[in-house]
Design a protein around this ligand. Structure first.
Ligand SMILES: [Zn+2]
Length: 344
C-alpha cells in the first residue's frame, strides 16, 4: 500500500526536478555555494581554475602554518600559478598541480616579497617557470632577500637546502597573459600590505586572487603596510567585476570580503585617531579598541593584535616613513614578534 502511494510521488518529484532543470539556466558563480574546503584541499572553482587552501589559524596553535594559498590557471599550453610559498610547500603545490594537469608551469606570480609568497621561487624555476613580480616586490626581494633568507634559514630546513631565487620578470602595471581561452591580469593597486603587492584578476571568471592585500581572518601583518593607501587599494579592487575572492590566507569568499578587510583598517584608524586626539597613550588606545564584528569575523579580538595597533598609531603620529618600509627584513610569521624589523 505504502509502496503504491510513494512511488507515484517519487516519479512526480523526479519529473518536476527534470522540468526545473530544463527551464533554469545554470547558476552564476555568484549563486553557487562557496566550496567547503579542508586544509590542503584543491578545488576547481571555475573551468581550468584551481584553488588550494593552505593550513593556517590565528587562534589554534596546533594548526601548522602551510604558507600562502594558491590559485592556478590552466591555459591552452601552460599553467599560471599565483604565489610561490616557501620551498617545502611549493613542492607540495607542484605535486598538487600535476594531479590536475600535465601542462608545464610557465609563470608564477610572487604577490609580494615575503617568504611565504616568494621563497619557493627556486622550486618553480626548476619546473621551468618564470617568476613574475611587481617592480617594487622584485626590488624588495633583491634588497631584503639575502639577509632575511639567512635569518629565516635558522628556523627552516627547506631554506638551508635551497637558494634564494630572484624574480625573472618585473612589471609595472598591468601584466597580462591571454591565450584566447584564459586571461590573467597581474595588477598593482598601490602600497597596501607591502609596497609591491600585486593581485591576479581573472575577468572571464570574475575571480580575484589578492595575495595578502586581502586575507580572510586575523592574518594581517601590517609592519610593511601603508594603512591609508591600503584602504584606497581595496576600493580600487572593489571596482572590478568580482564574484570570488581567493585571499592570500584563509578561505575563499565573496566579493564582500574586500569591504570586510577594508573595514578593519578604517575602523582601527578611526579608533586610534580618536585616542590620539583625546591624548591617550598607545597602551590605553590598544586596550580600548573594541571591534566586536572583527572578533566575529576572525575569532580574535582586534585589541589583541597589538603590533597592528602600534603600526597604525605610529603612522598617525608621523613615525612611519612609508617610502622606506620594507627596507629591513620582514618577519617570517606575523604571529611572532617582528625580528629585526626597523621599518622606519
Ligand atoms: Zn602571506
Amino acid at each position: 500500500m505504502l509502496r503504491r502511494i510513494v512511488l507515484p510521488a517519487a516519479v512526480a518529484a523526479a519529473f518536476a526536478l527534470a522540468v526545473y532543470a530544463a527551464s533554469e539556466r545554470p547558476p552564476a558563480a555568484a549563486d553557487k555555494p562557496l566550496p567547503e574546503m579542508k586544509f590542503d584541499d584543491v578545488r576547481e572553482i571555475a573551468p581550468g581554475v584551481f584553488f588550494r587552501y593552505s593550513s593556517i589559524s590565528a587562534t589554534d596553535p596546533s594548526v601548522p602554518f602551510g604558507g600562502s594559498n594558491h590559485t592556478w590557471v590552466v591555459f591552452k599550453d601552460y599553467v599560471v600559478v599565483v604565489d610561490a610559498n616557501f620551498p617545502k610547500e611549493a613542492a607540495d603545490v607542484v605535486a598538487a598541480i600535476k594531479k590536475t594537469t600535465d601542462k608545464p608551469i610557465r609563470y608564477v606570480l610572487d604577490t609580494h616579497h615575503h617568504g611565504d609568497h616568494a621563497y619557493g621561487n627556486g622550486v618553480w624555476a626548476k619546473e621551468g617557470a618564470k617568476l613574475v613580480a611587481h617592480k617594487n616586490a622584485a626590488r624588495l626581494l633583491k634588497v631584503n632577500g639575502p639577509k632575511q633568507w639567512e635569518d629565516a634559514s635558522k628556523d627552516r630546513e627547506d631554506l638551508r637546502k635551497t637558494e634564494l631565487k630572484q624574480a625573472d620578470i618585473s612589471f609595472d602595471d598591468p601584466y597580462v597573459l591571454d591565450d584566447g581561452v584564459q586571461r590573467v591580469e597581474f595588477r598593482h593597486f598601490g602600497h597596501s600590505h607591502t609596497a609591491g603587492d600585486a593581485v591576479a584578476y581573472l575577468p572571464k571568471h570574475k575571480i580575484l586572487c589578492t595575495g595578502d592585500a586581502c586575507v580572510n581572518g586575523a592574518f594581517n601583518f601590517m609592519g610593511h603596510s601603508n594603512s591609508a593607501s591600503w584602504i584606497k587599494c581595496l576600493e580600487g579592487m572593489e571596482k572590478l567585476d568580482v564574484d570570488l575572492v581567493c585571499p592570500g590566507h584563509g578561505k575563499v569568499a565573496r566579493k564582500d570580503l574586500l569591504a570586510t578587510q577594508k573595514r578593519y583598517f578604517v575602523d582601527m584608524r578611526a579608533a586610534v585617531q580618536k585616542g590620539i586626539d583625546a591624548k591617550k597613550g598607545l597602551d590605553e588606545i590598544t586596550a580600548g579598541l573594541d571591534l566586536p564584528w572583527y572578533k566575529e569575523w576572525t575569532g580574535k579580538a582586534a585589541k589583541d593584535i597589538k603590533d597592528n595597533v602600534k603600526h597604525v598609531y605610529d603612522e598617525l603620529t608621523g613615525k612611519v616613513d612609508h617610502e622606506r618600509l620594507g627596507a629591513a627584513p620582514p618577519p617570517l610569521d606575523w604571529r611572532a614578534e617582528p625580528r629585526g624589523f626597523a621599518g622606519r
